[in-house]
Design a binder for this molecule. Structure first.
Ligand code: URA
Length: 183
């Protein structure tokens, strides 16, 4: 139940259910999005709506299957009116995300869009400046490379040659780091 998962966050209590994320515990790659949307709130699964379809295509183009990667969000429940996460919502949810990353210890993280990137890299810079440049998530002795890119929903709203080329070039850096066969 949502109230049990986030006892200190009243504003997430309107969600139907938590959406913690899914994927193998030994995934080499973790995608971090912003927050569950309507479809995710209905199903309890991350990235199953239109943005999820786009994400599936991106994963496929990288030479991977969705089942091979771990997909999650900064927020583990849908915020009211789908608005941008607030600080207290993020604070209520990050212990889950931190624990997920500590357990999975992926080789690389892709952050999708501004809110995920800003939180993971602890910066206030905008996504257009951050995307395509390696950062890192540090936690104790863990140091995981982070590649920020656009959110698939942004790509769908701005479906131009330029944005598609930029996103492809960002994920290509991860393909190279993981030594995946290019398709
Ligand atoms: N958008 C996100 O950021 N996450 C989801 O799970 C779905 C849509």
């Amino acid at each position: 139940r949502v109230e049990a998962a986030f006892p200190y966050c009243e504003s997430l209590s309107g969600a139907s259910r938590p959406v913690f994320g899914e994927g193998p515990a030994d995934a080499r790659l973790v995608f971090i999005g912003e927050a569950p949307g309507a479809r995710e709130d209905e199903t309890g699964r991350p990235f199953v709506g239109a943005a999820g379809e786009k994400l599936d295509q991106i994963i496929g183009a990288m030479g991977l299957d969705r089942e091979q990667v771990f997909i999650t969000n900064i927020l583990k429940a849908r915020p009211r009116e789908n608005r941008t996460p607030t600080i207290d919502e993020i604070e209520a949810c990050v212990p889950y995300l931190q624990e997920q990353l500590r357990l999975i210890r992926p080789e690389v993280i892709i952050t999708l869009g501004g809110p995920a990137t800003k939180f993971i890299l602890q910066t206030s810079e905008g996504i257009t400046r951050l995307r395509g440049r390696w950062g890192a998530w540090e936690d104790g002795d863990l140091r995981i490379p982070v590649m920020p890119t656009f959110h698939p929903a942004y790509l769908l709203r701005n479906y131009t040659t330029e944005t598609r080329k930029q996103m492809w070039s960002d994920v290509q850096k991860v393909v190279e780091l993981l030594g995946l066969a290019k398709k």
